[in-house]
Design a protein around this ligand. Structure first.
Ligand SMILES: NC(=O)c1ccc[n+]([C@@H]2O[C@H](COP(=O)([O-])OP(=O)(O)OC[C@H]3O[C@@H](n4cnc5c(N)ncnc54)[C@H](OP(=O)(O)O)[C@@H]3O)[C@@H](O)[C@H]2O)c1
Length: 291
């Protein structure tokens, strides 16, 4: 019988990419995609009855609270409810039904003090409420699920449809509406195309070795990360859109949430994602912005 994989949060950017690519289906897995209306992960009894009636082999938890700014004040509680408390719901269900739980997490669990990036087992020290809620969720999952729990950290995602809110889509929109742009140039990240992340997670499931509790899956970025300003320039270079782009320090763009300055994740596994430029090119081609 085909193994069944549950993907939660399937209307989100990453969940949508799983549906677009159908890679798990291509490898003969049966995939159940749920959104909040079909399976609200905040409802423990709903979760238990779902797992009792569906024979799930692996969960890929793409459901999360992701508004980093609102998580600082007006939506602090939903942030902890979904990212900490309710991720724990899934962990409890997974442990009870002997299911592998692959949980997606973030570079925001680190404080960004390491210029050369963070390894999978480096000490976490989140700077904002979103990062803290995600880290507590990670800890609970690994504690409850033991070696059936797997954390996949990633950073700065873009992908899905052009309607999704991500940096690449924002730049493509602003290009049409603004005469010039000012973009932050003092925070370094590894921007990651969701299509490449979906490939890496599919490979992880297919290999079935799970030899690390935590994986760092980001597009390969050799220079210890890239700034938003550099990445904006690459977007406009590839799309041949000429617009003046000016570098600014993050102090010129105040935000409620403090973000790590150096957020490059080091991937020590043998599943390597494509180069950053390759990821961007593939996404722009999928949007039919370039050929
Ligand atoms: N986006 C990034 O740059 C980034 C970077 C690093 C890590 N990550 C992590 O990657 C994962 C996927 O992110 P994403 O960008 O795809 O997020 P997203 O687009 O915001 O999608 C999250 C999904 O979770 C669903 N959800 C929220 N609360 C739920 C609940 N109580 N029950 C069921 N579903 C619920 C949302 O449903 P509704 O649509 O109904 O609200 C939404 O579809 C998350 O774990 C995120 O923390 C993201």
């Amino acid at each position: 019988m085909n193994k069944t994989i549950l993907i939660t949060g399937s209307n989100g950017m990453l969940g949508t990419t799983f549906r677009q690519h159908q890679l798990l289906e291509d490898r003969w897995y049966k995939v159940i995609y749920t959104n909040r209306n079909m399976l609200d992960i905040t409802n423990l009894s709903e979760c238990h009855s779902f797992f009792a009636s569906n024979h799930i082999h692996t969960i890929i938890n793409c459901a999360a609270y992701t508004n980093v700014e609102k998580a600082e004040d007006e939506e602090k509680i939903p942030n902890y409810q979904v990212n900490t408390l309710w991720s724990t719901n899934l962990a409890l269900c997974a442990a009870q039904h002997n299911i592998r739980l692959i949980h997606i997490s973030t570079d925001y669990v680190f404080d960004g003090s390491r210029i050369d990036g963070n390894n999978e087992n480096d000490t976490c020290w989140p700077l904002n409420h979103y990062g803290l809620a995600k880290w507590l969720g990670e800890e609970n999952i690994l504690r409850i699920c033991g070696n059936h729990g797997t954390i996949v950290r990633t950073s700065w995602l873009y992908g899905g449809w052009k309607e999704f809110k991500n940096f690449v889509n924002t730049m493509l929109l602003l290009w049409q509406t603004k005469p010039e742009l000012r973009v932050i140039d003092d925070q370094r990240w590894a921007p990651t195309y969701t299509g490449d992340l979906v490939h890496a997670i599919t490979e992880l499931i297919q290999r079935n070795t799970f030899d690390q509790p935590t994986y760092h899956f980001c597009n390969h970025t050799p220079e210890w990360g890239i700034t938003w300003y550099d990445f904006a320039q690459q977007i406009f270079l590839l799309t041949q859109n000429s617009i003046p782009v000016h570098p600014i320090p993050s102090s010129d763009y105040p935000t409620k949430a403090i973000r790590p300055r150096h957020s490059h994740l080091i991937n020590n596994s043998n599943i390597i994602l494509p180069d950053r430029k390759n990821g961007l090119q593939t996404y722009l081609t999928s949007l039919q912005v370039i050929t």
